[in-house]
Write a protein that binds this ligand. Structure first.
Ligand SMILES: Cc1cc2nc3c(=O)[nH]c(=O)nc-3n(C[C@H](O)[C@H](O)[C@H](O)COP(=O)(O)OP(=O)(O)OC[C@H]3O[C@@H](n4cnc5c(N)ncnc54)[C@H](O)[C@@H]3O)c2cc1C
Ligand code: SF4
Length: 484
């Protein structure tokens, strides 16, 4: 371990953010990492506790805790403390192919279960991860790793989100010839078009995809399997197919006025906003946001990304409507360590709104009853308060109000994967509409030679889980092909 008494001597310190007034003028990442010496000190806080809950996802009271990738966190922290960054990166690479993504967007499940976190603030595991990978990129250490064997098998991966990329990466390293089909014009899935640039710089996604191409993986972009490429041809041309198509069927508002100009789903808005940031394309179907009043429906992370994006596009005001009650500020008795803390999080988008407009944009226990319009365009929303009973949310009469606005962004989550490939391949689905697998822990569907991973199998989740799924599906597919 690093410094035996580090956790007694040093307090947790965190990265800072660029000032709001500065960061909202552009789309660059807004986190300012701590200096290397400070991060070495932070690594010294790791206690080498003996039973590191942070490093392996396992299930406690029905909830999984710790890093889904089983990153060797105490060992990485120790190497960082000793200044052995390249060794720390090698250790990280054993379990994790893309730390440049998670070290920016992961909620850090590891930190929620850090043993030090039972009594003191947890070790800054995520920022240490970022320090290691950013240093490797800065030092030019990310060279292509050419596969050492060839199995002679060909595998198609459909979808290039984190699950598809992780799956392609491992299949390729195991010696299979991999082609990734992606319907978008750039690879990355929600890493590219979804998560905004200020949270994850798109050059990092392009850089990783470039490296994977150098390692021999083929990327077919603008290629939708099921329309541009008939799925049966893909199945004929490849020994196996891994479907990593995500869970992108968006839940929409089912109220009067939902068809008005100015109502847009979050994913469409965020996708088009990023396309506009990257190459100046106009946002299709959305009026200029500059100087407009925006209502975001949905208080989750996607809603927060909409708040921050609308602010950068010059919104005059932003409100965020959330049907659920306000979460507690501190862990409840039913939510002890090492479970993930279900507490209120005031994220970057809310901080920006508070500073610009003087108040937290979120309104809890509130839902939209109607969207009001004139001449086909949104002019306001009618909202109502709800109270939560055992049967669900019940509207409180007399609490309806009309709020003038010009834009309504719906960020209410996803209903499941799109049906195109499910229908064409007659895939079984579960009660939640996700692609079903033959048995728990397996990634094989009911159709021979077809596997699935990521949000398409798991439902809407996290980047780190998608990477884990992609890697496990790759191993499962590789084993299957090796036995044939
Ligand atoms: C706005 C937003 C913000 C988020 N922020 C975070 C965050 O900060 N941290 C975090 O951990 N998670 C975040 N998530 C969740 C995370 O992005 C997803 O869980 C993750 O990307 C799922 O990965 P995936 O590979 O399964 O699917 P996706 O990333 O959805 O990728 C699926 C890909 O498949 C392609 N595809 C689908 N069908 C076909 C077809 N027939 N042919 C070819 N290509 C096809 C799609 O175009 C897409 O590129 C966010 C999600 C959203 C929507
Ligand atoms: S991937 Fe996420 S959970 Fe795993 S170590 Fe990194 S920040 Fe923690």
């Amino acid at each position: 371990m690093g410094k035996a008494t580090g956790f007694l001597e040093y307090e947790r310190a965190e990265a800072s953010y660029l000032p709001v007034g500065e960061r909202i003028r552009g789309w660059d990442e807004f986190i300012v990492p701590q200096a290397p010496a400070a991060l070495t000190t932070q690594a010294a806080r790791c206690m080498d506790c003996g039973v590191p809950f942070c490093h392996a996802a396992f299930v406690v009271e029905g909830q999984s805790i710790g890093c889904p990738l089983a990153n060797l966190i105490p060992e990485i922290n120790d190497l960082v403390y000793r200044g052995e960054l390249e060794k720390a990166y090698l250790r990280m690479s054993r379990t994790h192919p893309f730390p440049e993504f998670t070290s920016r967007v992961c909620p850090a499940l590891c930190e929620g279960s850090c043993t030090l976190g039972e009594h003191e603030p947890a070790v800054t595991i995520k920022e240490i991860e970022r320090y290691v990978i950013d240093e490797m990129i800065r030092r030019g250490k990310l060279a292509p790793r050419m596969p050492r064997v060839s199995t002679g098998k060909r595998v198609a991966v459909v979808g290039s989100g984190p699950s598809g990329l992780a799956c392609a990466d491992l299949l390729n390293q195991l010696g299979n010839a991999v082609t990734v089909f992606e319907r978008a014009d750039r690879a990355g899935g929600l890493l590219m078009y979804g998560i905004p640039n200020m949270k994850l710089d798109k050059n990092l996604v392009l850089g990783r995809v470039g490296l994977m191409k150098d390692e021999g993986i083929r990327f077919e972009l603008g290629a939708e399997v099921g329309t541009d490429y008939p799925v049966l041809s893909v199945m004929k041309d490849f020994d196996a197919v891994v479907l990593c198509g995500g869970s992108t069927a968006e839940r929409t508002l089912n109220v009067a006025g939902a068809e008005l100009f100015g109502v847009m789903t979050a994913l469409r808005f965020l996708t088009q906003s990023t396309a506009n940031v990257l190459d100046g394309r106009l946002i299709d179907g959305l009026p200029n946001i500059d100087g407009r009043n925006v209502v975001v429906v949905g208080g989750g992370d996607t809603g927060t990304d909409c708040v921050a994006t609308a602010i950068r596009r010059g919104a005059a005001s932003v409100a965020q409507i959330e049907i659920m009650p306000e979460p507690p500020e501190e862990r409840g008795a039913d939510n002890p360590w090492p479970l993930w803390a279900r507490v209120k999080k005031t994220d970057y988008g809310q901080h920006e709104a508070i500073e610009l407009f003087g108040a937290d944009p979120r309104e809890y226990c509130t839902t939209v009853k109607e969207i009001i319009g004139e001449a086909g365009k949104v002019t306001g929303v009618k909202t109502v308060k709800v109270e939560w009973r055992q049967t669900g949310a019940v509207e409180i009469s007399g609490t309806e109000i009309e709020r003038p606005c010009d834009i309504v962004l719906t960020a209410m989550g996803f209903t499941g994967p799109e049906r195109l490939l499910i229908d064409q391949l007659s895939l079984d689905t579960d009660a939640a509409g996700r692609v079903a697998v033959r048995q728990p822990g397996s990634f094989r569907t009911n159709t021979p030679t077809v596997f699935t991973a990521g949000d398409m199998r798991r439902g809407p989740s996290l980047v780190v889980w998608a990477i884990d799924e992609g890697r496990r599906a790759a191993q499962c597919c590789h084993n299957y092909l090796a036995e044939r």
